[in-house]
Design a protein around this ligand. Structure first.
Ligand SMILES: CC(C)(COP(=O)(O)OP(=O)(O)OC[C@H]1O[C@@H](n2cnc3c(N)ncnc32)[C@H](O)[C@@H]1OP(=O)(O)O)[C@@H](O)C(=O)NCCC(=O)NCCS
Length: 169
């Protein structure tokens, strides 16, 4: 299977925040943003693997900034590391100032997807080659995040989270 670069999976989704997508104080509902991120990330995982992909875990979400009604929201996602059947996908969320058009970062998130066959069984995915400094630092940290996610899900034992443990040594 031929290795791929991160930019080959880059996905950009831009859309407005409508009234039905807001909370009682007129800001974007968190679940709506999670769904938009899931869509972008699943397209990235599909572009990387060219397989059916399922969301295995939402590893990290930071809702740093409120996103008001009427905002133009852009979700940019790309695969940050591929393992055997799983892929970590990193997302940056931007909002656009109406008058200046300047973008500011509102949120970021990290999801894990698994490539599966028609029966839902995991299948191998191509390796990912990071190119830029940012891609390299996200790639480096991805194994720690995978171990943390598996540990929290009760799928590995603490003693097997070697990369994670190394942080505290
Ligand atoms: C995701 C799923 C395919 C994993 O199946 P599984 O039986 O745990 O399979 P495995 O143990 O072989 O794990 C497969 C891969 O998923 C990874 N994985 C599983 N759970 C994970 C978690 N919580 N966090 C991070 N990675 C996880 C494993 O590390 C493994 O990665 P690797 O092959 O790259 O090393 C299965 O749990 C599933 O189908 N879940 C439902 C997915 C879904 O419907 N999502 C939408 C929710 S509405």
């Amino acid at each position: 299977m031929q290795a791929k670069t991160a930019k080959e999976s880059r996905t950009i989704i831009t859309d407005l925040v409508l009234p039905s997508e807001t909370n009682p104080i007129g800001n974007m509902f968190g679940g709506e943003l999670l769904a938009r991120m899931d869509r972008a990330a699943s397209i990235s995982a599909r572009r990387h693997s060219r397989r059916i992909v399922v969301t295995a875990s939402v590893n990290h979400v930071a809702f740093n900034k409120m996103i008001p009604l009427g905002s133009v929201v852009t979700v940019e996602s790309q695969v940050s590391r591929a393992f055997n059947s799983s892929m970590e996908v990193f997302m940056d969320v931007w909002i656009e100032d109406r008058e200046s058009g300047m973008r500011s970062k509102a949120n970021e998130a990290i999801y894990t997807f698994v490539a599966v066959d028609e029966m839902g069984s995991p299948v191998p995915v191509p390796e990912l080659i990071p190119e830029t400094d940012l891609e390299k630092s996200r790639f480096e940290a991805a194994l720690r995040r995978k171990q943390l996610s598996l540990l929290l899900a009760g799928k590995i034992k603490p003693e097997d989270a070697t990369e994670l443990k190394a942080l505290f040594e």
